[in-house]
Design a protein around this ligand. Structure first.
Ligand SMILES: Cc1ncc(COP(=O)(O)O)c(C=O)c1O
Length: 415
């Protein structure tokens, strides 16, 4: 059995494969150059074109471009009127931003454990977390797998709650024939560097209501009235004033230059990731010590294939997850952890009194999950290298007595 690179062996590949390496085409580069040469690089016409395109793609009434999904979620909570003393039901298995924004508006995140198979909020437990102070449900489409929106919508309707979707992973997802982005009053998307559609940093809020749209449109740019950004355009100076103290949450035309072409390529990139996904599934199905994810696309429901997450099978490997990730890194394969559950983060432990044992399913996933590179920028060699590195590391750490396909007892003994 070959020595692991972290033990002094030769790495699987000579150069490091970055986790979340985006696919940037010549179109994006040309568009950015065009923007740089145009004399206007701030919020402007390209952001508006990107918004129109994204609203059409998601079948939503309105789309507001912003500088992150975090900003989009924050604006959504404000739009929904969530504030001091309110509670918002959400998942602990998410990026900290999902919970942070709830605290930004003075509300309290109330976590509900996740379903082990989908890693999404366990809808059957949501109702028991609702109190007279609950105002909203904030589900996350984890890894790109759409949550059970019909069941969540029913609970929300019964208790008069607003649903705000965190679709940071789910630009391409569909649920029961409806596009994610067109189902709930508010849906937030992320265009962070590692996301399926990237603008470096960026996000989009899709929303339905015209009045909320007009208000949040102003709030994302300082709370100024009219199209205040036009004040620098030819003959365009117009007096403007603050109608509500807003935020500096706008996107820029530089970012939208990337977004316009990333959006055009979104479906083609998804097909590439679906194919990488199938290669991983086939390679790891029989690999001892790891378990593959289990999404099933059904008629009308589509997983956005943002994160391919292996689970390390407890008791089968002699390493823990962090060692596994370090060993992959030494083989020059980058990977990620999605996520250390939010209720275990220091601030939430000390302010909400949460801790280990509160949400056992999210914790078990958080302890054993490894996200592998899954980007449309990967070529066949990259995919082969990831597979080889995972096999090498899992096989090396497999506890004696367990069966490794392709390895005889003698080979196991030697290992
Ligand atoms: C589930 C989830 N929600 C929200 C965010 C925040 O996105 P952004 O970095 O665009 O603010 C992320 C970012 O990775 C995320 O994974």
């Amino acid at each position: 059995m070959p020595l692991l690179a972290c033990e002094g062996g030769r790495p699987v590949r000579p150069d490091f494969l970055v986790f979340g390496h985006p696919l940037i085409g010549q179109e994006e580069i040309d568009e950015v150059v065009d923007t740089l040469r145009s004399g206007w690089i701030g919020f402007g016409p390209k952001c508006l074109r990107f918004e129109e395109g994204f609203a059409a793609y998601t079948r939503s009434e309105h789309a507001l471009s912003v500088n992150s999904a975090t900003a989009a979620l924050h604006l959504a909570l404000i739009g929904a009127g969530i504030g001091e003393g309110d509670e918002v039901v959400t998942t602990p298995l998410t990026f900290t931003a999902t919970a942070n924004v709830i605290t930004h508006v003075g509300a309290t995140p109330v976590f509900v454990d996740v379903d082990e198979r989908t890693q999404n909020i366990d809808v059957s437990r949501v109702e028991s977390a609702i109190t007279p102070r609950t105002r909203a449900i904030l589900p996350v489409h984890m890894c790109g797998w759409p949550c059970e929106m019909d069941a969540l919508g029913d609970v929300a309707e019964r208790h008069e709650l607003t649903v705000i979707e965190d679709a940071a992973h789910a630009s391409e997802a569909w649920y029961e024939g409806r596009k994610i982005g067109a189902i709930s009053p508010y849906t937030a998307f992320s265009f962070y560097a590692t996301k399926n559609l990237t603008t470096g940093e960026g996000g989009m809020l899709t929303l339905r209501d015209d009045v909320a749209h007009a208000r949040l449109k102003a709030l994302r740019l300082h709370g100024l009235d009219k199209d205040a950004w036009k004040r620098y355009s030819p003959g365009g100076f117009m007096p403007y004033e603050t109608i509500e103290p807003g935020y500096k949450y706008n996107m820029t035309d530089l970012q939208a230059s990337l977004g316009l072409h990333q959006l055009a390529r979104l479906e083609a990139n998804l097909r590439i990731r679906q194919s990488i996904w199938r290669s991983y599934d086939a390679a790891f199905a029989e690999l001892e010590g790891v378990a593959t994810p289990l999404p099933v696309d059904r008629e009308g429901t589509r997983h956005a294939r943002h994160l391919y997450t292996l689970r390390l099978v407890p008791g089968r490997l002699s390493c823990d997850r962090d060692q596994f990730i370090r060993a992959l890194g030494a083989e020059n394969v980058g990977s990620g952890i999605h996520f250390v559950p939010v209720h275990l983060h220091r601030w939430y432990r000390s302010h909400l009194g949460t801790g280990r044992g509160d949400f056992p399913v999210a914790e078990a996933i958080g302890d054993t999950t490894v996200s592998l590179p899954l980007s449309a920028s990967m070529n066949a060699d990259d995919v082969r290298d990831v597979i080889e590195a995972v096999r090498k590391v899992a096989t090396r750490y497999l506890l004696a007595g367990t069966v490794v396909p392709g390895w005889s007892d003698d080979m196991m003994e030697a290992a």
